[in-house]
Design a binder for this molecule. Structure first.
Ligand SMILES: NCCC[C@H](NC(=O)CCC(=O)O)C(=O)O
Length: 449
């Protein structure tokens, strides 16, 4: 039995969680614009999922939120004076930009980085490339802090390589692990890395969606594979079906999810879907795995229902007996056809044998489900031992973080509250304490100044 694990690092929801309708193409985000949010509840819903998976015996870690509003970005855009004046001026002259600079979007850590386990890379280290998230301004400001936090968690350079993000430019638009799946036989053996892109920036022969943006480019996928030292035989590229992007599938993890040798996906996930599945099967076989595709037909679950329920934004977790648990959001239970499908799935005798449902409504209303909230890092036992131990979930850390949330978070944020300069003070106070709890050192601009 191999001593290797998939560790899920979930984003701890930050104190400024709010609904600003910032993500054109993400129908939940634009649909809930200006709704009041509850940051305290959002953070607790996320912590409850982390704790439940920890209690089930899975390795679970925490990724810290960022300093918001991002005053440095506002200054770069010409708002000057003291921090309070910067916020007041932005609130008056450009409230949408203030909202973008205040987003807690780093909570969706599936977009934090792309991760290649050591079994796949040329130098035998675990490689991370923080995503530039170049398609949306509010997300494009995440990667410098994400990189510092990853370096503080995976500090041992003999085992871990944390790269800089790709050039911050639409040609290299990169959304991280949300468009990346890694198949394998054992987590620490060689695997097949599956990169899904929405468009090509340099090659006009690839089709493009008509209505909504394609956030990830083929060229970004190639660059990450090069940086990580992946082998030709261990990589598969596929283009997302542009029609599904136009239906609201803004990341591949809204239409498919994989774990070990299984790819759970919708009939309309990829262009030339059968060729893609055949290539995955062939390349996985070459590293000792037997590929199992589970395809959901449009006749049973439509793309529209997939977007509404986030059926595919689920987590597939391997139990000790080899069967898999599917972790879904409450919304799946509320849509009858989806729930009926899930019942059939777990009784089919296939690899997915158990459903766990979580209430993640605060995140879901911004288009972030269970899978969006976690960054997967497959690690060997010795690699886990080299991770900063303070970020690993435990009974104690769960209690500490819940109490921390109780002390620092508001239970309501309405759009007008984003103009309150006190929010920045509250966020910095909370994060200064958090870096102590998680043993991160100085990672935020206010700590580095
Ligand atoms: N993987 C899920 C990401 C969800 C995220 N939503 C947002 O940023 C919405 C924020 C807002 O509208 O306030 C996004 O679209 O990138």
């Amino acid at each position: 039995m191999s001593q290797a694990f998939e560790v899920n690092f979930d984003g701890l929801v930050g104190p400024t969680h709010n609904y600003s309708g910032l993500s054109f193409g993400n129908v939940a985000s634009t649909g809930n614009q200006r709704a009041a949010s509850n940051p305290k509840l959002a953070a607790k819903q996320g912590l409850a999922k982390m704790k439940a998976l920890h209690d089930l015996g899975f390795k679970q870690g925490v990724l810290a939120p960022h300093e918001r509003p991002d005053v440095a970005s506002l200054r770069q855009l010409g708002f000057g004076g003291t921090d309070a004046q910067v916020i007041a001026r932005a609130a008056k002259e450009a409230p949408a930009i203030l909202a973008a600079a205040t987003s807690a979007s780093c909570m969706w850590t599936a977009n934090a980085a792309t991760v290649s386990p050591s079994g796949d890379t040329a130098d035998g280290r675990v490689h991370f490339t923080p995503a530039n998230l170049n398609n949306k301004f509010h997300r494009s400001i995440e990667h410098p802090t994400t990189r510092r936090i990853l370096q503080a968690m995976f500090a041992d350079e003999s085992r871990f390589a944390v790269h800089a993000a790709l050039p911050a430019q639409m040609h290299f638009g990169d959304e991280g692990a949300a468009n990346h799946t890694r198949f394998c036989h054992e987590y620490d053996g060689a695997g097949v890395e599956f990169f899904v892109f929405g468009a090509s920036a340099f090659d006009a022969r690839y089709p493009k969606p008509a209505r909504f943006p394609a956030r990830q480019t083929l060229e970004a996928c190639h660059a990450v594979a090069r940086l990580h030292g992946l082998k030709e035989g261990g990589v598969v590229y596929a283009q997302q079906d542009p029609d599904t992007i136009d239906a609201g599938v803004f990341h591949n993890d809204v239409i498919s999810v994989g774990n070990r040798n299984v790819l759970f996906h919708h009939e309309k996930s990829f262009l030339q879907q059968q060729d893609v599945l055949d290539e995955l099967a062939r390349k996985l076989a070459a590293v000792g795995g037997q590929f199992v595709p589970i395809e959901v037909p449009q006749a049973e679950v439509t793309v529209e229902d997939a977007v509404k329920s986030y059926l595919f934004n689920s987590q597939l977790l391997s139990r000790a007996d080899g069967k898999m648990i599917i972790v879904v959001p409450e919304e799946c239970r509320n849509i009858e056809r989806v729930w009926t499908y899930l019942q059939k799935l777990v009784h089919s005798g296939g690899p997915i044998a158990e459903i766990r449902v979580f209430d993640l409504k605060q995140s879901m209303q911004n288009g972030g489900g269970p899978a969006c909230l976690r960054l997967r890092v497959a690690l060997s036992a010795s690699e886990i031992a080299a991770v900063n131990p303070n970020v690993m979930m435990s009974e104690t850390l769960f209690g500490t973080l819940n109490a921390w949330v109780d002390r620092h978070y508001r239970d309501r944020l309405a759009p007008e509250d984003l103009a309150d300069p006190q929010l920045l003070v509250e966020c910095r106070t909370a994060l200064d304490e958090l870096t102590g709890i998680l043993g991160l050192g100085a990672v935020y601009p206010f700590q580095l100044a």
